[in-house]
Design a protein around this ligand. Structure first.
Ligand SMILES: C[S@@+](CC[C@H](N)C(=O)[O-])C[C@H]1O[C@@H](n2cnc3c(N)ncnc32)[C@H](O)[C@@H]1O
Length: 215
């Protein structure tokens, strides 16, 4: 295994994280043992954060970070974050009952995942649990995804980074993805956030890009 970033490894063109709970896979991913350690394959087709890693070579996550994850689904990506942030916490928010059930059972084994069933449009409902975090990651395919992201940036510490996954077709099917990405960047810029990067991940997810901002 070759280290590519903190807590992330590569072998034969595949990405891996060090399994926090050896012996347990989360979504049927391959488990690989090497020199007494167990690694979980991280599939860029299943996880947009891994598609971002593939494009950029690193992700802005460190082991001691506290993270707010909006739209955590059934925990596929959150489980890899959980392998990485061994000294931090992940507040994983999900509104739908079915994926939340999986997320909840994941958080029983993985003690650094705190699952919250809530609508990300109502941050006041979970502000007492979340407090301030070092990183925000949003993967919510809704028409008002930019407004949802802006509402939740109140939880981000100063000089910290957040990523929004933009699914262009959820916002407007009649305009080109590029126009949508520009509109999102404009809205975030107007609210005073610095746009650090826009990464197109359409090689894995059609009409998706990830925008990285700094507060
Ligand atoms: C693309 S899926 C997430 C996949 C997940 N991020 C992963 O990589 O493993 C988007 C999720 O956002 C959730 N979602 C949609 N609107 C939401 C809202 N307003 N608040 C919280 N979650 C929401 C959906 O129920 C869905 O599970």
């Amino acid at each position: 295994m070759k280290p590519v970033d903190v807590g992330i490894y590569e072998k034969d063109g595949k990405y891996y994280t060090l399994n926090l709970i050896p012996g347990q896979d989360v979504y049927g991913e391959e488990l690989v043992e090497e020199e007494g350690f167990e690694y979980r394959e991280w599939d860029p087709n299943r996880s947009k954060l891994c598609a971002f890693l593939e494009k950029e070579g690193s992700i802005p996550i460190q082991p001691d970070m506290d993270i707010l994850y909006l739209g955590a689904g059934d925990g596929t990506t959150a489980s890899h974050m959980s392998d990485i942030v061994t000294e931090g916490k992940i507040f994983a928010l999900e509104v739908a009952r079915e994926p939340f059930r999986n997320l909840l059972s994941l958080s029983k084994d993985r003690r650094n995942i705190f699952s919250i069933m809530a609508d990300a449009r109502n941050p006041e409902r979970y502000e007492e649990i979340v407090g301030k975090v070092d990183f925000i990651y949003q993967d919510i395919s809704q028409k008002d995804q930019t407004e949802i992201f802006l509402k939740n940036l109140r939880f981000l510490k100063e000089d910290s980074i957040a990523i929004i996954v933009v699914k262009a077709k959820s916002m407007d099917v009649s305009r080109s993805p590029e126009q949508i990405y520009e509109e999102v960047e404009d809205k975030l810029g107007k609210e005073g956030y610095d746009i650090l990067l826009k990464t197109d991940i359409s090689h894995r997810q059609k009409d998706h890009a990830m925008i990285v901002i700094e507060k």
